[in-house]
Design a protein around this ligand. Structure first.
Ligand code: COS
Length: 386
C-alpha cells in the first residue's frame, strides 16, 4: 500500500533535510575515518529509515516500491555509505523474510529490523561463486531437526553489525543447481560462525564488507525461509529484483547530486576571462548528464509503479539497474572532467563520488548479469508465445 500523498511528501521533505543539513556536512569526515558516527545511526533509527520498506504491522513505514524509489533518490544525494548503514534492512537483509518467510519468521525478525534493533545481512556470494548464483557451494547437511552449515560467504555488507543473516546454502546436490539451494536465517553469535577482517575498499568508506565463515553452524530447520528447502535461489532472485530497483534509485540520487556539482563548479570556475559554464564543450557535458539523469529517473519510477501494480518486472528491473548504474558512472566521469585537475583532489566531492559510484555496476549483479537477464527473459517469453 502506497503512502497517501501528504504523508509521502512530508517524509520526502524530512529525508531531504536530513541528507542536506546533517549528512552532507559529514561526508568528508566519514570518508576519512571510514566510519559513520554512532549518533547518526541513532538518528536514522529515530527517523524510521531502517524500516522504510517493512509493512506498518511489523513496525516499519510500509513504503510501496514507487515511494521507496523517491526516498532512494533523496538518500542517493549524499555519500552512499550512509544509506548502506540501513540499506540492508530496507532491502536484501529483510526482503527474503518479507516475500517468502513464514508468519512466525516475520514476527520474529521484521519488527527488530524495522526499528534498527538488529541489522539484516544477505549472504549469497562466495569466494568461488559470484555471478553464477545457482552454483552456491556452502553445504547444509540435515542432521535430525537441524542443518549443519559449512563454507565461506564473501563481501558480505554489514556482516560485522548483523544480527541475522539470510544465507543461501546447498541442501541438494551440485547437479540440482538452483533447485538445490535453500535460504536460511542464521543468527549472529551462532556457534561456529566467524567474521573475516573488514576489506579495504576503493570507495564507499564507512560501509563495510567482510567474509562470514561457517564451521559446523547448526541451524534448526524452522529457520529455512518459508519452511521449504530448495526455494532459496528463487527467494534470492526475488530479493534482487527489488534490490535492483532500489539501487537504481540510489544511482539516480547520486546522478542528481553530480549534475548539481557540475553546474555549481561551471558557474564558479573562471577561465579565458569567463565562467567555464559559458563554454559549449562544458555545456555539452552538463546537458548529457542531465538528460541521462532524467531518463534513468523516469524509467525507475515507471518500473516501480508497475512493480506495485503486480506486474512481473524482473526484466525491466535489470534494465533500470543496467542503465542507471552505467549512466551515473558516465555522469561522475564528466563531473571530474568539468572540475579539471581539481576533480582529482579529494577536497572536492566529485573525486569521492567517482570512486563511490564504481561499485554500483558490480554489486547486486554486474552490468553483464543485467544484460544476460534482460536478453534471456525476452527470448524465453518470445519462445513461449510461439
Ligand atoms: N524471480 C523468480 N524466479 C526466478 C527469477 C526471478 N527474478 N529469476 C530466475 N528465477 C527462477 C527461474 O524461473 C527458474 O525456475 P524454474 O527452475 O522453476 O524454471 C530458476 O529460478 C532458475 O533460473 P535460471 O535458470 O534463470 O538460473 P541461472 O542459473 O541461469 O541464473 C542468473 C540466472 C545469472 C540471472 C542469476 O544467477 C543471477 O542473477 N546472478 C547474479 C547474482 C547476483 O546478483 N549476485 C550479486 C551478489 S548478491 S548482493
Amino acid at each position: 500500500m502506497a503512502l497517501d500523498t501528504d504523508t509521502l511528501n512530508q517524509l520526502i521533505e524530512t529525508v531531504r533535510r536530513f541528507v542536506r543539513e546533517r549528512l552532507i556536512p559529514l561526508e568528508q569526515e566519514v570518508d576519512a575515518n571510514d566510519k559513520i558516527p554512532d549518533e547518526v545511526i541513532e538518528e536514522m533509527k529515530a527517523l524510521g529509515l531502517f524500516g522504510l520498506s517493512i509493512p506498518e504491522n511489523y513496525g516499519g513505514l510500509g513504503l510501496a516500491m514507487s515511494d521507496e524509489v523517491l526516498i532512494g533518490q533523496e538518500l542517493g544525494y549524499t555519500a552512499p555509505a550512509f544509506r548502506s548503514a540501513f540499506g540492508t534492512n530496507v532491502g536484501i537483509g529483510s526482503q527474503g523474510i518479507l516475500i517468502d518467510g513464514t508468519e512466525a519468521q516475520k514476527q520474529a525478525y521484521l519488527p527488530k529490523l524495522a526499528s534498527g534493533e538488529i541489522v539484516g545481512s544477505f549472504a549469497l556470494t562466495e569466494p568461488d561463486v559470484g555471478s553464477d548464483a545457482a552454483s552456491v557451494k556452502m553445504t547444509a547437511k540435515l542432521d535430525g531437526d537441524t542443518y549443519v552449515l559449512n563454507g565461506t560467504k564473501r563481501f558480505i555488507t554489514n556482516a560485522a553489525r548483523a544480527g541475522v543473516f539470510t544465507v543461501m546454502a546447498r541442501t541438494g546436490t551440485v547437479e540440482d543447481k538452483a533447485k538445490g539451494v535453500t535460504a536460511f536465517l542464521v543468527e549472529a553469535g551462532s556457534t561456529g560462525l566467524e567474521l573475516g577482517a573488514p576489506e579495504k575498499k576503493m570507495g564507499q568508506k564507512g560501509a563495510h564488507v567482510c567474509d562470514v565463515i561457517f564451521n559446523d553452524v547448526a541451524v534448526h530447520k524452522d529457520q529455512i525461509i518459508g519452511g521449504i528447502p530448495g526455494q532459496g535461489f528463487k527467494t534470492a532472485m526475488k530479493v534482487l529484483d527489488r534490490g535492483r530497483l532500489h539501487m537504481s534509485s540510489i544511482a539516480m540520487g547520486m546522478a542528481n547530486r553530480l549534475v548539481d556539482e557540475q553546474v555549481s563548479y561551471a558557474i564558479e570556475r573562471k577561465q579565458f576571462g569567463s565562467k567555464i559554464g559559458d563554454f559549449q564543450l562544458i555545456q555539452a557535458m552538463i546537458a548529457d548528464s542531465r538528460t541521462e539523469y532524467l531518463a534513468g529517473k523516469s524509467m525507475v519510477e515507471a518500473t516501480a509503479a508497475r512493480y506495485d501494480a503486480g506486474d512481473k518486472v524482473s526484466t525491466d528491473a535489470s534494465s533500470c539497474k543496467l542503465f542507471c548504474t552505467e549512466a551515473v558512472g558516465r555522469i561522475a566521469d564528466r563531473a571530474v572532467q568539468i572540475h579539471g585537475g581539481a576533480g582529482y583532489i579529494s577536497d572536492y566531492a566529485v573525486e569521492r563520488f567517482y570512486r563511490d559510484v564504481r561499485l554500483l555496476r558490480l554489486y547486486e549483479g554486474t552490468s553483464q548479469i543485467q544484460q544476460i537477464v534482460i536478453a534471456k527473459n525476452l527470448i524465453k517469453d518470445a519462445e513461449a508465445k510461439r
